[in-house]
Design a protein around this ligand. Structure first.
Ligand code: CAA
Length: 382
């Protein structure tokens, strides 16, 4: 077994880490405070190939693999969790389905600008009544001639306020459940009948916009259907399998940031005449945080390696996302505890890590849903 990276993977990892530390981390607190979409960061990451890490170069991506994507996502999220989720959605939730199920024409037109980071993409799945039960969509797409007429409202859509393109999950007939789900590519800036609704006020990842998308007799060309009718739900779940590696990596990055900040602080903070890092009560916390985060990274890299090698990685990506987000949350809470009163104040980033980590246990499938996915797979294998 080889835990090493190829020369190319190492080069990208180093390059992204350098960029994240010098250009993203210094503005993370400002982004959190102002809720500003970091457009300039997205464009620069696009130039570096990070907005489409595993997308082929002919469609604007870097032509790398998912293992590299994990390393890039961890480095970016360690610097800024909001930037992390923007990159994850662009790569996994938009990039993956268009790259995997799109026609040549669709990819050239709709994938290239997103994978090269010129504009953002998003995936519009969730609705008021369809969260964990992703097949219960009410957003309707009716084929009329050469167009789908779309009516419905999507909620909690990451990048929804800034994205130019969206993969929209809709139903052609709600009475047929998940079997009638389709995915349509929508040009959000040029679709009459589309508007952006409410922008959510959230607990964390504050520089990443979470929007309601409203479709009222919106006209989408029939040519923008991804794959065939009847395949939409499987396309969606396959995209989520890939996306869960992205969100797990985001969580792992947040946890590592909490750990590094706590390590530095524990060495500086003097109580009872000694740095608190000399006390076992603090050392044990740091040791647990580091061990759990390393285990999470290994789970993520295993899932990524399996995806790269075209193996069934549904269970492994669910395990990696669930575990990484649970240990990131624990690390962030312990980080605040090590900082004590300072950890509760905005003077230090510990409280931001805690607010940012929480969402990773919720989106891209709650951790309860991940356990359902894992258990179903385990039981089906006996
Ligand atoms: N890949 C391909 N096909 C799959 C699959 C997978 N991973 N999992 C299931 N399927 C297939 C099944 O084989 C079945 O097909 P057949 O009818 O041909 O047998 C079909 O899909 C239906 O499967 P289920 O009966 O298992 O479906 P279900 O209704 O019980 O739902 C679920 C399964 C796992 C609970 C799914 O609904 C789910 O993942 N829910 C969570 C939704 C989610 O993750 N939302 C995240 C929103 S996006 C987001 O959060 C992004 C963000 O903000 C950053």
């Amino acid at each position: 077994m080889n835990f090493g990276l190829t020369e190319e993977q190492q080069m990208v990892k180093d390059q992204v880490t350098r960029f994240a530390e010098t250009e993203i981390k210094p503005i993370a607190a400002e982004l959190d405070k102002t809720h500003r979409h970091p457009q300039e960061i997205c464009r620069k990451l696009g130039e570096m190939g990070v907005m489409g890490v595993a997308i082929p170069t002919e469609y604007g991506g870097a032509g790398m693999d998912i293992v590299t994507y994990v390393h890039a996502m961890i480095a970016i999220s360690k610097a800024c969790a909001s930037c992390g989720v923007i990159v994850s959605v662009n790569n996994s939730l938009y990039g993956f389905p268009v790259n995997t199920f799109g026609t040549e024409e669709q990819k050239l037109k709709y994938l290239t600008p997103v994978a090269s980071g010129k504009v953002e993409g998003c995936y519009a799945l969730t609705e008021a009544g369809a969260g964990s039960d992703a097949g219960a969509l009410a957003c309707k797409a009716e084929l009329k001639g050469d167009k789908f007429i779309v009516n419905g409202t999507k909620r909690f859509i990451t990048n929804g306020n800034v994205a130019q393109y969206c993969v929209l999950a809709a139903t052609t007939d709600a009475s047929r459940g998940y079997k009638a789900v389709i995915n349509l590519i929508v040009d959000l800036k040029n679709t009459p009948g589309f508007s952006t609704g409410k922008i959510e006020e959230k607990m964390g990842i504050l520089a990443s916009g979470t929007a309601e998308l409203v479709f009222e007799d919106a006209e989408v060309p029939a040519a923008n259907l991804l794959g065939k009718e009847g395949q939409g739900f499987k396309q969606m779940l396959m995209g989520l399998d890939c996306g869960r590696i992205g969100i797990g990596s985001q969580a792992c990055g947040i946890g590592k940031a909490a750990l590094e900040d706590a390590l530095d602080y524990a060495k500086e903070r003097v109580q009872f005449g000694k740095p608190i890092s000399t006390f076992q009560a603090i050392q044990f916390k740091l040791a647990d945080m580091a061990t759990e985060l390393d285990a999470a990274e290994l789970l993520l890299l295993r899932a990524a390696w399996m995806e790269d090698n075209h193996l069934d990685y549904e269970k492994e990506s669910a395990m990696a996302k669930m575990y990484a987000s649970d240990v990131a949350m624990r690390a962030a809470i312990e980080g605040v505890q090590i900082f004590g009163g300072y950890g509760y104040c905005k003077e230090y980033p510990a409280e931001r890590h805690m607010r940012d980590a929480k969402i990773c246990q919720i989106y891209e499938g709650t951790n309860e849903i991940q356990r359902v996915v894992i258990a179903r797979k385990l039981l089906s294998m006996r």
